[in-house]
Design a protein around this ligand. Structure first.
Ligand code: COA
Length: 331
């Protein structure tokens, strides 16, 4: 029996809207301060989509950069997976909208995936399994969010944390063994749905005048509880994958964690007994962009020379669901 093909990241790209919203600007509209946001989260500023700029528009920019980086053309892509909790429309999938805007063939398989901030790792695993099967040649995996559309700008406990953006990766197969995606660990604490969720607008509670007045269509979060589960989930996901592949943490050249809160990342660094220099951090400039967070960070890490051939990289994330996931990559 032939062994499964290696699946590798051939190119990455990212995009952030031009508008930058600083902590100081937020402090002009809600009861907060730059000092509070910086010390509790590490965030200094975030990007906000322009009026009329859709999640699909941001995704197209990131995708074009990833395809160019992979030195491929649109005709080479036959699978598109979009990780998002902020689709342009409740239906159909934003992947279909992106297929058309980008100019991909109508023979491209297109679907969205909702695993919130762990979405890119879930989508990467799915794409690699589909490419590894030999039934698809090249996958475009996008993490994109327009969270500015679903945060309650009058709720200081959530709105200061999130931002907009998109990141993309092109996945293909390689004959070289032990390269690309080495493994993943995915999971979810499905008993914790109400710690981070949007109560209104789904089929359980379709939008009504009352639900709009109640602001049920915005993100609700129990920040302290989420913080604890974030640390637990990311620790478990990191530990399990390293144990599974018998890799000591100190062999990881770079950890690319979900960019939610600097204190969460510091807790993971302490747990893995790795210095913070081994962690890629850009949340100071983006805030939490959910499914876009890891692919934006991955793209910046690659383009700034932080990832070298032969390196082991660990991706680790946590999000609403409460989902968690990790992925181990060799370059
Ligand atoms: N500005 C100023 N004060 C604020 C504030 C803001 N933006 N948001 C909350 N506060 C206040 C609270 O009302 C509270 O006041 P009180 O003590 O008078 O009640 C105080 O600050 C402390 O709030 P607390 O919730 O204890 O802060 P914290 O240290 O837990 O930090 C978070 C809050 C949200 C930054 C933190 O819990 C967190 O990051 N949680 C995880 C969130 C996350 O990552 N979600 C996405 C997962 S993918």
């Amino acid at each position: 029996m032939s062994s499964p093909r290696s699946t590798v990241i051939l190119g990455t790209g990212s995009y952030a809207p031009a508008r930058v919203l600083t902590n100081a600007e937020l402090a002009l509209t809600i009861d907060t301060s730059d000092e509070w946001i910086r010390t509790r989260s590490g965030i200094l500023e975030r990007h906000i989509a322009a009026p009329g700029e859709q999640a699909s528009d941001m995704a197209v920019h990131a995708a074009q950069r990833a395809i160019a980086d992979a030195k491929l053309t649109l005709a080479d892509i036959d699978l598109l997976i979009v990780a998002t909790i902020t689709p342009d429309l409740p239906m159909p999938a934003t992947a279909c909208i992106i297929q058309h805007k980008l100019g991909l063939s109508t023979a491209t398989a297109c679907f969205d995936l909702n695993a919130a901030c762990s979405g890119f790792i879930y989508a990467l695993d799915t794409a690699c399994a589909m490419i590894g099967s030999g039934r698809y040649r090249h996958a475009l995996v996008i993490g994109v969010e327009k969270l500015s559309a679903i945060v309650d700008w009058s709720d200081r406990t959530t709105c200061v944390l999130f931002g907009d953006g998109a990141g993309a990766a092109v996945i293909g197969a390689s004959d070289q063994p032990n390269i690309g995606l080495i493994g993943t660990k995915l999971g979810a604490y499905g008993d914790c749905v109400d710690m981070l969720f949007i109560p209104g607008g789904g089929s359980n509670a379709p939008a009504t005048t009352a639900s709009l007045v109640n602001r049920d269509h915005f993100i609700k979060m129990k920040g302290k509880e989420v913080f604890k589960y974030a640390v637990r989930g990311m620790e478990e996901a990191a530990r399990d994958i390293l144990e599974q592949h018998s890799i000591p943490a100190n062999q990881i050249a770079l950890v690319i964690p979900h960019q939610a809160n600097l204190r969460i990342i510091e807790a993971i660094a302490q747990y893995l007994e790795l210095p913070m220099e081994r962690f890629f951090v850009n949340l100071d400039r983006y805030g939490n962009t959910s499914a876009a967070s890891i692919p934006i960070a991955l793209d910046e890490a690659r383009r700034s020379g932080r990832i070298k051939s032969g390196d082991l990289t660990l991706l680790v994330a946590f999000g609403a669901g409460l989902t968690y996931g990790s992925a181990l990559l060799r370059w």
